[in-house]
Design a protein around this ligand. Structure first.
Ligand SMILES: [Zn+2]
Ligand SMILES: [Zn+2]
Length: 344
């Protein structure tokens, strides 16, 4: 399957020539004229593309030229303009049609349960574990008990997603995350490099968003779910922190909304999810207005919670300063976190 068409798997990046895998976003499809004078790249965000021409008045011959890592967009455009890439003689044509409702739809919560919350596909949809089986098993091994047996509440946290999302980008994310978390559960401390921090933050955001979606009273705008899938990192307005606890329960979760501050008519302005997995305590705050929450006014949060996202450079140590949230990290954070504070 030519890269960029539904079903493509792997292709050489038009920028760096290394492999781009469909299952490992972020990447973009690059289309345009054969000589590179007109170019368009998409998706660069949930409802976004970037083009060198007016997409409402596109040139006549626009072809799908290939794919590139998101970071390789500029080098790819440069190589296409210099005609350094030998393109296939037959290329799929790209057509343009106006879609005026799209932006408005994306700003509303995803409510159509017959479609995948990440890509909008009609499926086939399958029920996906929010707390995946690898995690339930790892926590079993760590806690010396069976979460997976009858009565395990975590098995009921299921959401319908399409097989393409499930088997590709979500599967890649689960694989990457399982390696990091399994090691942390066993050793109870870790040095987290930048890729580990990105992986944990993206995964925790996925768990938070799916818990919110599962709750069925969801308020999260659809573009945040699409953004997570497109960028494979927490969308703008999302902060992720990681703490440590000496747990009495193998897994706990709490989902809430950030209240508006301008009176009762204003609905929630964001999502607030705390969940624990063994000794790990994740805090995910997503503001729908794209600003970043600053829950660190309480000294315990400032000292004990390691910021995972937005990213900090270099390797960080977990637990932070060997400070623990105690036995019930989720409960402690519910008491002390000021979720309405924002970064200046
Ligand atoms: Zn590349
Ligand atoms: Zn999907």
């Amino acid at each position: 399957m030519p890269p960029g068409l539904p079903g493509w798997r792997r292709a050489a990046c038009l920028g760096c020539t290394k492999v781009v895998s469909e299952a490992r976003p972020p990447w973009v499809v690059i289309a345009g004229s054969r000589d590179g004078t007109h170019l368009i790249a998409f998706p660069t965000g949930p409802e976004r593309g970037a083009s060198t021409f007016d997409p409402y008045d596109p040139p006549t011959d626009v072809f799908i030229l290939g794919v590139a890592h998101e970071d390789c967009r500029e080098p790819a455009a440069e190589r296409l303009r210099k005609q350094e890439i030998s393109l296939a003689s037959e290329l799929p044509r790209l057509s343009f049609e106006p879609f005026p409702e799209l932006v408005e739809t994306f700003r509303r919560p995803h409510s159509d349960r017959e479609r995948c919350p990440f890509c909008g596909s009609e499926g086939p949809l399958t029920d996906e574990d929010i707390f995946p089986v690898w995690l339930q098993k790892a926590v079993d091994d760590w806690a010396g008990q069976t979460l997976r047996g009858p009565g395990n509440p975590w098995r009921d946290y299921l959401v319908p997603v399409c097989s393409n999302c499930n088997n590709r980008w979500m599967s890649t994310l689960e694989n990457d995350t399982s390696k990091v978390i399994k090691g942390m559960l066993v050793s109870a401390s870790a040095e987290l490099g930048e890729s580990d921090q990105l992986c944990l933050a993206t995964w925790a955001t996925k768990v938070a968003f799916l818990l919110e979606y599962w709750s069925t009273s969801g308020q999260l705008p659809h573009e945040f779910l699409v953004g997570l899938a497109v960028w494979s990192r927490p969308p703008p307005g999302t902060g992720v922190w990681l703490g440590a606890q000496s747990p009495t329960a193998a897994m706990t979760a709490k989902i809430d909304w950030i209240p508006g501050t301008d009176g009762d008519e204003v609905g929630p302005v964001g999502l607030w999810v705390t969940f624990s997995v063994g000794t790990l305590v994740f805090l995910v705050l997503t503001r729908f207005d794209g600003r970043y929450a600053a829950p660190t006014s309480h000294p315990l949060v400032a000292q004990a919670m390691l910021p995972l996202w937005p990213p900090t450079e270099g390797v960080v140590a977990w637990p932070r300063d060997n400070l623990s949230l105690g036995k019930d990290g989720v409960g402690v954070l519910a008491e002390v976190v000021d979720v309405t504070a924002v970064m200046p």
